[in-house]
Design a protein around this ligand. Structure first.
Ligand SMILES: [Zn+2]
Length: 248
């Protein structure tokens, strides 16, 4: 294989690996943000569940206070009943007592309901706390994995950057300039494989003579459509067998 072509293929591998590493690193902050959002949501759910418990407790205390007041009134009516002089008064106080007793009954029912609800609400708090705890563990694990990936990718980037300097030093100026020019215009992809008579990136069908030249890997040949430098992968064993007949 033409030495410059071989080195350009290697250069492309380095650039592609660096590009992937850079994309991964760039994507990490938003993934960490997603983890933070998830943690906030779980924390908010616990707060909301606790607020429900607190609200219900306040309601129950208000109910208990009302109950004490009505019970106080009821005892006073019962004392009054002992002191009434007329039937009319007796009926009136009896009526007050009945009203107060109904009110006591209603308040006691409400308080009982609140106590039952409070059990459910306390269970909700526990469930939310357990979910938060599980999320915390998972989120911390994911965050640590992202930091590991970031460190790995940064090592890859610095490794490829050093390798690139060494490698480009061994590539002829013309080949290097061609590579850089095509890479600039073609999203960083300057060297691609030709397979089955086609450019594997823009998929244009190559002329048979051109493809046969590419199979030899002895010169820098550009795709006529996307201008990328084409090569043949010798490990793609089927290619020779499928070699195009130039006479066709
Ligand atoms: Zn092409």
């Amino acid at each position: 294989m033409l030495p410059d072509l071989e080195r350009l293929i290697q250069l492309q591998r380095l650039d592609t690996a660096a590009d992937e590493a850079r994309r991964t690193v760039d994507g990490i902050p938003s993934r960490i943000e997603d983890l933070d959002t998830r943690l906030t949501a779980s924390t908010t759910a616990v707060d909301a569940a606790r607020t429900c418990v607190e609200d219900k407790k306040n309601e129950r205390q208000a109910g208990e206070k009302s109950l004490a007041e009505v019970q106080g009134r009821l005892s006073r009516f019962k004392e009054q009943l002992m002191a009434v002089k007329t039937n009319k008064e007796y009926t009136a106080v009896q009526h007050e007592i009945a009203t107060a007793e109904a009110e006591v009954q209603r308040l006691e029912d409400t308080i009982l309901e609140h106590m039952l609800e409070a059990d459910d609400l306390a269970a909700n708090v526990e469930a939310a706390e357990r979910a938060l705890q599980a999320d915390r563990v998972e989120i911390e694990r994911d965050r640590a994995a992202l930091e590991t990936t970031r460190a790995e990718m940064e090592r890859t980037l610095s490794g490829t950057s050093n390798e690139r300097v060494t490698l480009t030093g061994h590539i002829g100026a013309a080949a290097r300039e061609l590579f850089e020019a095509v890479a600039r215009q073609r999203g960083g992809i300057a060297v691609v494989e030709a397979r089955d008579g086609h450019c594997t990136v823009c998929h244009v069908r190559l002329r048979p003579q051109v493809f046969n030249q590419i199979l030899r890997n002895t010169e820098l040949i550009q795709c006529e459509s996307c201008m990328r430098i084409l090569y043949h992968d010798p490990n793609d064993g089927g290619a020779r067998a499928r070699e195009h007949d130039p006479a066709r």
